[in-house]
Design a protein around this ligand. Structure first.
Ligand code: ADP
Ligand code: MG
Length: 192
């Protein structure tokens, strides 16, 4: 358990990391999921993302209102799509505009002693360039694990890698995979 009494979340222990399930949640999304989010990608705190090998796209606070049905800080999974266009100009290549699996962190980022609640989305796709200012849509389909605190950067990176694998496996189930083609996403964005 947490040894630092100022910690906002329990610490990720070695035994937690060694015993994580590879698939999480029921066979199909249950309430309050699916949760639909959309907004223009904005700058975050400029730390923690890229230097952990895991850039996270931030949505403005007002885009997070639909997440208010979820009270637990932690890691969630689903699908996301970034608009290829910014200010009416097509900037990103066709593959960047597709619907991709994502993991989303909702919480206070205790590792960085960050006080404000925020949601950040890592999209499991290799984007060729940043997409700040681009409209982004996401459908949150399930919950992976609580927010944890970390005593080492290595432990944090290990949990993030596991989160990505768990998200991909969990999304491979038919009732989840179906959301990739949901009408909420913009099919025109994928045409080349
Ligand atoms: P910030 O603190 O500004 O959010 P990050 O280091 O977390 O900085 O990087 C996030 C930015 O990286 C996103 O806003 C986006 O423009 C870019 N990016 C590139 N690839 C990805 C990806 N796979 N998932 C999320 N964001 C990505
Ligand atoms: Mg970020």
């Amino acid at each position: 358990m947490a040894s630092d009494e100022s910690a906002a979340a329990p610490i990720s222990t070695e035994s937690f990391r060694a015993n994580r399930p590879e698939i999480v949640g029921p066979e199909s999304p249950q309430k309050p999921f699916p949760i639909h989010l959309s907004g223009a990608v904005q700058h975050g705190f400029g730390r923690g993302g890229k230097d952990l090998g895991c850039p996270t796209a931030n949505l403005p606070d007002e885009s997070m209102t639909p997440m208010s049905s979820v009270t637990e800080a932690g890691v969630y999974y689903g699908y996301a799509q970034v608009s290829r266009e910014k200010n009416g100009q097509v900037i990103l290549p066709e593959e960047d505009g597709r619907v991709h699996p994502m993991v989303m962190s909702l919480g206070t980022n205790p590792f960085y002693k960050n006080k404000n609640m925020s949601a950040e989305i890592h999209i499991m796709h290799d984007f060729k360039a940043d997409f700040y200012g681009h409209p982004m849509k996401a459908i949150v389909l399930g919950y992976i694990r609580p927010q944890l605190d970390y005593t080492s950067r290595e432990a944090l990176i290990e949990d993030i890698e596991t989160d990505k694998r768990v998200a991909l496996r969990s999304l491979a189930r038919p009732a989840y995979a179906a959301y990739r083609a949901d009408r909420f996403f913009d099919l025109n964005n994928m045409a080349s």
